[in-house]
Write a protein that binds this ligand. Structure first.
Ligand code: NAD
Length: 336
Protein backbone atom coordinates (compact mmCIF):
# COMPACT_ATOMS: atom_id res chain seq x y z
CA UNK A 1 0.00 0.00 0.00
CA UNK A 2 1.25 3.49 -0.84
CA UNK A 3 0.60 6.28 1.66
CA UNK A 4 0.73 9.86 0.48
CA UNK A 5 1.89 12.48 2.95
CA UNK A 6 -1.79 13.23 3.52
CA UNK A 7 -3.06 9.68 4.11
CA UNK A 8 -3.09 8.88 7.82
CA UNK A 9 -1.35 5.60 8.67
CA UNK A 10 -3.65 3.53 10.87
CA UNK A 11 -1.85 1.62 13.63
CA UNK A 12 -2.64 -1.32 15.89
CA UNK A 13 -0.43 -0.95 18.97
CA UNK A 14 0.10 -4.11 21.04
CA UNK A 15 1.35 -4.05 24.64
CA UNK A 16 0.63 -1.02 26.83
CA UNK A 17 3.16 -1.73 29.59
CA UNK A 18 6.32 0.04 30.75
CA UNK A 19 7.68 0.95 27.30
CA UNK A 20 4.39 0.72 25.38
CA UNK A 21 2.92 3.64 27.32
CA UNK A 22 6.02 5.71 26.55
CA UNK A 23 5.75 4.99 22.81
CA UNK A 24 2.02 5.74 22.83
CA UNK A 25 2.70 9.08 24.53
CA UNK A 26 5.13 9.89 21.71
CA UNK A 27 2.77 8.62 18.99
CA UNK A 28 0.03 10.94 20.28
CA UNK A 29 2.15 13.85 18.98
CA UNK A 30 2.90 12.34 15.53
CA UNK A 31 1.05 14.05 12.67
CA UNK A 32 -0.52 11.64 10.17
CA UNK A 33 -0.41 8.65 12.52
CA UNK A 34 -3.68 7.36 13.94
CA UNK A 35 -3.50 4.57 16.52
CA UNK A 36 -6.93 3.03 15.95
CA UNK A 37 -6.59 0.19 18.42
CA UNK A 38 -4.47 -0.50 21.50
CA UNK A 39 -4.47 -4.17 22.47
CA UNK A 40 -3.08 -5.63 25.66
CA UNK A 41 -3.62 -8.98 27.39
CA UNK A 42 -5.06 -6.86 30.21
CA UNK A 43 -7.99 -4.80 28.99
CA UNK A 44 -7.44 -2.07 31.62
CA UNK A 45 -3.89 -1.57 30.32
CA UNK A 46 -5.22 -1.38 26.75
CA UNK A 47 -7.78 1.19 27.87
CA UNK A 48 -5.09 3.29 29.58
CA UNK A 49 -3.04 3.23 26.39
CA UNK A 50 -6.05 3.95 24.17
CA UNK A 51 -6.87 7.07 26.20
CA UNK A 52 -3.36 8.46 25.67
CA UNK A 53 -3.63 8.31 21.86
CA UNK A 54 -7.37 8.85 21.64
CA UNK A 55 -7.67 5.46 19.90
CA UNK A 56 -10.96 4.32 18.41
CA UNK A 57 -10.94 1.25 20.63
CA UNK A 58 -9.12 -0.83 23.24
CA UNK A 59 -8.93 -4.60 22.98
CA UNK A 60 -7.73 -7.65 24.90
CA UNK A 61 -7.35 -9.58 21.63
CA UNK A 62 -4.06 -8.73 19.86
CA UNK A 63 -4.71 -11.07 16.91
CA UNK A 64 -8.06 -9.43 16.19
CA UNK A 65 -6.36 -6.02 16.38
CA UNK A 66 -3.71 -7.13 13.86
CA UNK A 67 -6.29 -8.49 11.43
CA UNK A 68 -8.75 -5.61 11.71
CA UNK A 69 -9.54 -4.12 8.27
CA UNK A 70 -9.00 -0.55 9.53
CA UNK A 71 -5.36 -1.31 10.53
CA UNK A 72 -2.43 -0.69 8.13
CA UNK A 73 0.62 -1.08 10.39
CA UNK A 74 1.32 -3.14 13.53
CA UNK A 75 3.50 -1.95 16.43
CA UNK A 76 4.51 -4.40 19.15
CA UNK A 77 5.73 -3.71 22.71
CA UNK A 78 4.68 -6.94 24.42
CA UNK A 79 7.03 -9.28 26.35
CA UNK A 80 9.75 -10.75 24.11
CA UNK A 81 8.40 -14.32 24.20
CA UNK A 82 5.19 -13.13 22.51
CA UNK A 83 6.95 -11.33 19.62
CA UNK A 84 7.19 -14.32 17.20
CA UNK A 85 3.47 -15.12 17.22
CA UNK A 86 2.44 -11.46 16.87
CA UNK A 87 5.04 -10.55 14.22
CA UNK A 88 4.10 -13.67 12.21
CA UNK A 89 0.40 -12.77 12.36
CA UNK A 90 1.13 -9.25 11.12
CA UNK A 91 3.35 -10.55 8.30
CA UNK A 92 0.65 -13.01 7.22
CA UNK A 93 -1.84 -10.12 7.21
CA UNK A 94 0.57 -8.23 4.91
CA UNK A 95 1.00 -5.36 7.41
CA UNK A 96 4.37 -3.65 8.03
CA UNK A 97 5.68 -4.20 11.55
CA UNK A 98 7.72 -2.27 14.06
CA UNK A 99 8.56 -4.38 17.12
CA UNK A 100 10.56 -3.69 20.27
CA UNK A 101 13.85 -5.56 20.67
CA UNK A 102 14.68 -8.45 20.91
CA UNK A 103 12.92 -9.99 17.90
CA UNK A 104 12.59 -13.35 19.72
CA UNK A 105 14.14 -15.44 22.46
CA UNK A 106 15.46 -18.12 20.09
CA UNK A 107 17.29 -18.11 16.77
CA UNK A 108 14.92 -20.67 15.30
CA UNK A 109 11.93 -18.39 15.93
CA UNK A 110 13.85 -15.43 14.49
CA UNK A 111 14.86 -17.43 11.40
CA UNK A 112 11.24 -18.44 10.79
CA UNK A 113 10.18 -14.78 10.99
CA UNK A 114 12.94 -13.60 8.67
CA UNK A 115 11.95 -16.19 6.06
CA UNK A 116 8.23 -15.45 6.45
CA UNK A 117 8.85 -11.70 6.00
CA UNK A 118 10.86 -12.43 2.85
CA UNK A 119 8.13 -14.66 1.37
CA UNK A 120 5.35 -12.14 2.10
CA UNK A 121 7.59 -9.11 1.28
CA UNK A 122 6.56 -7.35 4.49
CA UNK A 123 8.97 -4.84 6.11
CA UNK A 124 9.78 -5.56 9.75
CA UNK A 125 11.84 -3.14 11.85
CA UNK A 126 13.20 -4.05 15.30
CA UNK A 127 13.52 -1.28 17.90
CA UNK A 128 17.21 -0.70 18.60
CA UNK A 129 16.75 2.96 19.45
CA UNK A 130 20.38 3.66 20.41
CA UNK A 131 21.23 3.70 16.70
CA UNK A 132 18.92 6.74 16.44
CA UNK A 133 20.49 8.67 19.34
CA UNK A 134 22.19 11.76 17.87
CA UNK A 135 25.50 11.10 19.64
CA UNK A 136 25.71 7.44 18.56
CA UNK A 137 24.68 8.39 15.02
CA UNK A 138 27.51 10.96 14.94
CA UNK A 139 30.03 8.34 16.10
CA UNK A 140 28.81 5.99 13.35
CA UNK A 141 29.36 8.73 10.76
CA UNK A 142 32.87 9.43 12.07
CA UNK A 143 33.76 5.72 11.94
CA UNK A 144 32.34 5.31 8.44
CA UNK A 145 34.27 8.41 7.30
CA UNK A 146 37.48 6.76 8.57
CA UNK A 147 38.16 9.46 11.20
CA UNK A 148 38.98 6.90 13.91
CA UNK A 149 41.19 4.78 11.66
CA UNK A 150 41.12 1.01 12.15
CA UNK A 151 39.01 0.16 15.22
CA UNK A 152 41.04 -1.62 17.88
CA UNK A 153 38.94 -1.50 21.09
CA UNK A 154 35.24 -1.23 22.11
CA UNK A 155 34.24 -0.53 25.73
CA UNK A 156 30.67 -0.16 26.98
CA UNK A 157 28.89 0.28 30.28
CA UNK A 158 25.14 -0.48 30.49
CA UNK A 159 23.71 -0.31 33.99
CA UNK A 160 20.11 0.36 35.06
CA UNK A 161 19.58 2.85 37.89
CA UNK A 162 17.22 0.35 39.55
CA UNK A 163 16.26 -3.19 38.54
CA UNK A 164 13.06 -3.92 36.62
CA UNK A 165 10.61 -6.07 38.57
CA UNK A 166 11.43 -9.76 38.88
CA UNK A 167 8.28 -10.86 37.04
CA UNK A 168 9.66 -9.01 33.97
CA UNK A 169 13.15 -10.52 34.49
CA UNK A 170 11.70 -14.05 34.37
CA UNK A 171 10.26 -13.46 30.87
CA UNK A 172 13.14 -11.33 29.57
CA UNK A 173 15.55 -14.07 28.47
CA UNK A 174 18.21 -12.86 30.95
CA UNK A 175 20.52 -9.86 31.12
CA UNK A 176 22.38 -10.62 27.85
CA UNK A 177 19.23 -11.04 25.74
CA UNK A 178 17.25 -8.29 27.47
CA UNK A 179 19.80 -5.58 28.18
CA UNK A 180 23.29 -6.15 26.79
CA UNK A 181 21.71 -6.91 23.42
CA UNK A 182 21.65 -3.12 22.93
CA UNK A 183 25.45 -3.07 23.35
CA UNK A 184 25.92 -6.11 21.11
CA UNK A 185 23.83 -4.34 18.46
CA UNK A 186 26.00 -1.20 18.80
CA UNK A 187 29.21 -3.26 18.70
CA UNK A 188 28.07 -4.93 15.46
CA UNK A 189 26.77 -1.65 14.00
CA UNK A 190 29.86 0.42 14.88
CA UNK A 191 32.74 -2.08 14.76
CA UNK A 192 31.62 -5.14 12.76
CA UNK A 193 31.09 -8.91 13.06
CA UNK A 194 31.88 -10.61 16.39
CA UNK A 195 33.83 -13.84 16.47
CA UNK A 196 33.58 -14.95 20.12
CA UNK A 197 32.54 -13.90 23.65
CA UNK A 198 33.39 -14.80 27.24
CA UNK A 199 31.06 -13.75 30.10
CA UNK A 200 31.42 -13.49 33.87
CA UNK A 201 28.34 -12.88 36.05
CA UNK A 202 27.38 -12.35 39.69
CA UNK A 203 24.27 -11.72 41.76
CA UNK A 204 25.12 -8.70 43.93
CA UNK A 205 21.94 -6.60 43.84
CA UNK A 206 19.03 -8.93 44.60
CA UNK A 207 19.02 -12.72 45.29
CA UNK A 208 15.78 -12.85 43.26
CA UNK A 209 17.95 -12.71 40.10
CA UNK A 210 19.51 -16.02 41.12
CA UNK A 211 16.05 -17.55 41.64
CA UNK A 212 15.07 -16.26 38.18
CA UNK A 213 18.11 -18.04 36.67
CA UNK A 214 19.77 -14.70 35.87
CA UNK A 215 22.58 -12.43 37.13
CA UNK A 216 22.43 -8.72 37.94
CA UNK A 217 26.11 -7.88 37.37
CA UNK A 218 28.05 -8.98 34.31
CA UNK A 219 31.19 -8.51 32.23
CA UNK A 220 31.41 -9.78 28.65
CA UNK A 221 34.71 -9.87 26.75
CA UNK A 222 34.40 -9.71 22.97
CA UNK A 223 36.71 -10.65 20.13
CA UNK A 224 35.69 -9.11 16.81
CA UNK A 225 36.28 -10.90 13.52
CA UNK A 226 38.84 -8.19 12.55
CA UNK A 227 40.83 -8.88 15.73
CA UNK A 228 39.59 -5.83 17.69
CA UNK A 229 38.76 -6.50 21.35
CA UNK A 230 35.83 -5.32 23.45
CA UNK A 231 34.46 -5.39 26.96
CA UNK A 232 30.90 -4.70 28.11
CA UNK A 233 30.10 -4.05 31.75
CA UNK A 234 26.41 -4.57 32.61
CA UNK A 235 24.29 -4.31 35.71
CA UNK A 236 20.89 -3.68 37.21
CA UNK A 237 21.59 -0.95 39.81
CA UNK A 238 23.73 2.10 40.38
CA UNK A 239 23.74 4.78 43.08
CA UNK A 240 24.26 7.48 40.39
CA UNK A 241 21.50 6.98 37.79
CA UNK A 242 21.16 5.12 34.50
CA UNK A 243 24.74 4.66 33.33
CA UNK A 244 25.25 4.18 29.61
CA UNK A 245 28.71 4.79 28.14
CA UNK A 246 30.50 3.64 25.03
CA UNK A 247 34.09 4.23 23.99
CA UNK A 248 35.53 3.19 20.65
CA UNK A 249 39.26 3.49 20.08
CA UNK A 250 40.87 3.37 16.68
CA UNK A 251 44.38 3.74 15.31
CA UNK A 252 43.79 7.50 14.74
CA UNK A 253 41.25 8.69 17.33
CA UNK A 254 38.79 7.77 20.06
CA UNK A 255 35.01 8.40 20.28
CA UNK A 256 33.21 8.55 23.60
CA UNK A 257 29.46 8.64 24.34
CA UNK A 258 28.31 9.06 27.94
CA UNK A 259 25.10 10.05 29.66
CA UNK A 260 25.65 13.70 30.54
CA UNK A 261 25.55 14.21 34.28
CA UNK A 262 25.62 10.52 35.21
CA UNK A 263 29.33 10.80 35.88
CA UNK A 264 30.35 14.38 36.76
CA UNK A 265 33.94 13.52 35.86
CA UNK A 266 33.17 11.97 32.48
CA UNK A 267 35.24 14.70 30.85
CA UNK A 268 33.15 15.03 27.69
CA UNK A 269 32.32 18.66 28.41
CA UNK A 270 28.59 18.07 28.89
CA UNK A 271 26.92 20.40 31.40
CA UNK A 272 26.09 18.87 34.78
CA UNK A 273 22.41 17.99 35.17
CA UNK A 274 20.15 15.59 37.01
CA UNK A 275 21.26 12.04 36.14
CA UNK A 276 19.03 9.97 33.85
CA UNK A 277 16.94 7.52 35.81
CA UNK A 278 16.11 5.16 32.96
CA UNK A 279 16.18 4.50 29.24
CA UNK A 280 13.07 6.67 28.94
CA UNK A 281 15.06 9.81 29.96
CA UNK A 282 18.40 9.03 28.36
CA UNK A 283 16.96 8.04 24.98
CA UNK A 284 13.92 10.33 24.97
CA UNK A 285 14.78 11.82 21.57
CA UNK A 286 16.05 8.55 20.07
CA UNK A 287 12.68 6.82 20.63
CA UNK A 288 10.95 9.61 18.69
CA UNK A 289 13.55 9.71 15.88
CA UNK A 290 13.35 5.91 15.55
CA UNK A 291 9.58 5.91 15.00
CA UNK A 292 9.67 8.98 12.71
CA UNK A 293 12.21 7.08 10.59
CA UNK A 294 10.00 3.94 10.57
CA UNK A 295 6.95 5.85 9.32
CA UNK A 296 9.05 7.77 6.76
CA UNK A 297 10.22 4.39 5.40
CA UNK A 298 6.62 3.14 5.21
CA UNK A 299 5.53 6.28 3.35
CA UNK A 300 8.42 6.13 0.89
CA UNK A 301 8.40 2.32 0.55
CA UNK A 302 11.99 1.95 1.82
CA UNK A 303 12.97 -1.08 3.86
CA UNK A 304 13.53 0.09 7.47
CA UNK A 305 16.57 -1.00 9.46
CA UNK A 306 17.52 -2.58 11.78
CA UNK A 307 15.54 -5.45 10.29
CA UNK A 308 15.11 -9.08 11.39
CA UNK A 309 18.51 -10.11 9.98
CA UNK A 310 20.20 -7.32 11.99
CA UNK A 311 18.27 -8.37 15.10
CA UNK A 312 19.38 -11.97 14.55
CA UNK A 313 23.03 -10.91 14.55
CA UNK A 314 22.77 -9.33 18.03
CA UNK A 315 20.58 -12.21 19.25
CA UNK A 316 23.29 -14.69 18.18
CA UNK A 317 25.85 -12.80 20.28
CA UNK A 318 23.45 -12.52 23.23
CA UNK A 319 22.72 -16.26 23.15
CA UNK A 320 26.45 -17.05 22.97
CA UNK A 321 27.14 -14.68 25.91
CA UNK A 322 24.38 -16.45 27.88
CA UNK A 323 25.90 -19.87 27.13
CA UNK A 324 29.31 -18.56 28.18
CA UNK A 325 27.82 -17.27 31.44
CA UNK A 326 26.32 -20.67 32.20
CA UNK A 327 29.26 -22.81 31.07
CA UNK A 328 32.20 -20.55 31.99
CA UNK A 329 33.97 -20.82 28.64
CA UNK A 330 34.69 -18.83 25.49
CA UNK A 331 31.84 -19.31 23.00
CA UNK A 332 32.26 -18.82 19.27
CA UNK A 333 29.37 -17.09 17.50
CA UNK A 334 27.71 -19.47 15.03
CA UNK A 335 27.35 -18.41 11.40
CA UNK A 336 23.93 -17.97 9.82
N1 NAD B 1 14.14 -0.46 23.55
C1 NAD B 1 14.15 -0.35 24.85
O1 NAD B 1 14.86 0.48 25.40
C2 NAD B 1 13.27 -1.22 25.70
C3 NAD B 1 13.05 -0.87 27.04
C4 NAD B 1 12.17 -1.66 27.79
C5 NAD B 1 11.56 -2.76 27.22
N2 NAD B 1 11.83 -3.08 25.91
C6 NAD B 1 11.20 -4.25 25.29
O2 NAD B 1 9.81 -4.02 25.19
C7 NAD B 1 9.07 -5.21 25.43
C8 NAD B 1 8.07 -4.95 26.57
O3 NAD B 1 8.78 -4.60 27.73
P1 NAD B 1 8.05 -3.82 28.93
O4 NAD B 1 9.14 -3.49 29.88
O5 NAD B 1 7.18 -2.74 28.43
O6 NAD B 1 7.16 -5.02 29.53
P2 NAD B 1 5.85 -4.88 30.46
O7 NAD B 1 5.72 -6.20 31.12
O8 NAD B 1 5.93 -3.65 31.29
O9 NAD B 1 4.66 -4.64 29.42
C9 NAD B 1 4.23 -5.63 28.53
C10 NAD B 1 2.73 -5.44 28.30
O10 NAD B 1 2.32 -6.40 27.33
C11 NAD B 1 1.09 -7.01 27.76
N3 NAD B 1 1.01 -8.35 27.16
C12 NAD B 1 1.57 -9.51 27.58
N4 NAD B 1 1.34 -10.48 26.69
C13 NAD B 1 0.62 -9.93 25.68
C14 NAD B 1 0.08 -10.41 24.46
N5 NAD B 1 0.28 -11.68 24.05
N6 NAD B 1 -0.63 -9.56 23.68
C15 NAD B 1 -0.83 -8.28 24.04
N7 NAD B 1 -0.32 -7.75 25.19
C16 NAD B 1 0.40 -8.57 25.98
C17 NAD B 1 1.19 -7.02 29.27
O11 NAD B 1 -0.11 -7.10 29.86
C18 NAD B 1 1.88 -5.67 29.55
O12 NAD B 1 0.94 -4.62 29.68
C19 NAD B 1 10.10 -6.30 25.71
O13 NAD B 1 10.35 -7.02 24.54
C20 NAD B 1 11.34 -5.51 26.13
O14 NAD B 1 12.56 -6.18 25.81
C21 NAD B 1 12.65 -2.32 25.15
Amino acid sequence: MIYSAHTPIRVAFLGAGRIGIMHLTNLATFPGIHVVVVADAHLEAAQRGATIVNATRASADPLAAINAPDVDVVMIATPTGTHPELIAAAIRAGKPVWCEKPVALTLSDATTLRDLAAVHKVPVMIGYMRRFDARYAEVKQRIDAGELGAIERFRAVSIDAAPPNLAFIKTSGGICIDMLIHDFDLALHLVGPIDSVHSWGSVLVDPGFHDAGDVDTIMVMIKFANGALGVIEGGRRTAWGYDIRTEISGSMARAFVAAPGAMPSDGDGAPARVPDQSFANRFVDAYVTELEYFFACIRTQKLPKPDIADAMASLRVALAATTSLREGRVVTIPND
